[in-house]
Design a protein around this ligand. Structure first.
Ligand code: NAD
Length: 285
């Protein structure tokens, strides 16, 4: 079967360009969109993510404010900074790069961010809003999955959608978003029995498992669209996903590669959330 490669790099480029145009329009109205990026410590992987986020801000004409705190920062000090950023009317979005050092309770920090500035969409109020169909920020990776499908012309309404993984940042919100798009959604996880039987029903299969090349051809229905959220680096430094691309792709109608699939969408959707913050901050009650 010939398959479509869902090009996350190209689609994320389109989204960032749309954000750049909107940011410019806001600037003409005297609104400068500003994202505060907070990093505690200097974990190398986090530093790469933070650098990429700041670079995307530059590309899109979004101002980024950088707060680089030492690894020994206390929870109280971080919460004080968040309070300050919450109160600062010139800041539209607050992003705290995770993971945080062990002396800091991540949940407390996430909950301290004003829901109107929660551009990562991790606040329980944002998750609740997604669940109940209210206005709120949607976390970036799952939002990116939906954009990939829509912009690749893949219809979600009425389709059998299977999400493998139930994390708060990927699996659960991805399932809720597919449901919002009128998919018929099943969520699988580490305790699911007969996983293959369920995944083989999927017209749209989302793999967010965290296990390299776990999904092989026998998990996939002929003609399915497969979205691979996983990112893994092997001992030679080569990236792969949760899906065994070479065996699965020939069976699919469409599939995301790793790299160049879901990965670039996360930052693009962060930019999109920063733009949306101007309206959302007025609409969220
Ligand atoms: P997680 O570890 O929090 O969750 C993994 C989920 O997979 C769990 O809900 C678990 O129940 C399920 N699972 C584990 N083993 C399973 C099995 N044998 N059968 C069925 N289900 C199983 O991971 P996460 O944060 O949701 O991330 C998932 C993957 O996506 C990781 O590889 C991560 O690196 C990647 N990720 C990518 C991006 C991106 O921007 N592309 C963003 C976030 C996460």
């Amino acid at each position: 079967m010939s398959y479509q490669i869902i090009d996350g790099k190209a689609i994320s480029g389109q989204i960032k360009e749309e954000c750049r145009i909107k940011a410019e329009q806001y600037r003409e109205q005297g609104i400068e969109i500003t994202l505060a990026v907070v990093q505690v410590g200097s974990d190398p992987a986090s530093s790469v993510y933070v650098r990429n986020k700041k670079r995307a801000c530059e590309e899109c004409g979004i101002k980024s404010l950088s707060f680089e705190l030492p690894i020994e920062t206390t929870e109280k000090e971080l919460l004080t900074l968040i309070e300050k950023l919450n109160a600062d009317t010139s800041v539209n979005g607050i992003l705290v790069q995770l993971p945080l050092p062990e002396q800091i309770d991540e949940d407390k920090v996430i909950q301290a961010i004003d829901m109107k500035k929660d551009v990562d969409g991790f606040h329980p109020m944002s998750a609740g809003a997604l669940c109940t169909g209210q206005k709120g920020f949607v976390s970036c990776t799952p939002a990116g999955i939906i954009e990939l499908l829509k912009r690749s012309g893949i219809e979600i309404a009425g389709k059998e959608c299977v999400v493998i993984g139930r994390s708060n940042i990927v699996g659960k919100p991805a399932a809720l978003l597919l449901l919002r798009e009128n998919g018929t959604v099943t969520v699988c996880h580490s305790r699911t029995k007969n996983l293959k039987e369920i995944t083989r029903r999927a017209d749209i299969l989302v793999a967010a498992i965290g296990k390299p090349k776990f999904i092989t051809a026998d998990y996939v229905k002929e003609g399915a669209a497969v979205i691979d959220v996983g990112i893994h680096r092997n001992e030679n430094g080569k990236l792969c996903g949760d899906v065994d691309f070479d065996s699965v792709a020939p069976k699919c109608s469409a599939i995301t590669p790793v790299p160049g699939g879901v990965g670039p969408m996360t930052i693009a959707m962060l930019m999109s959330n920063c733009i949306a913050s101007v309206d959302l901050s007025r609409e969220i009650c």
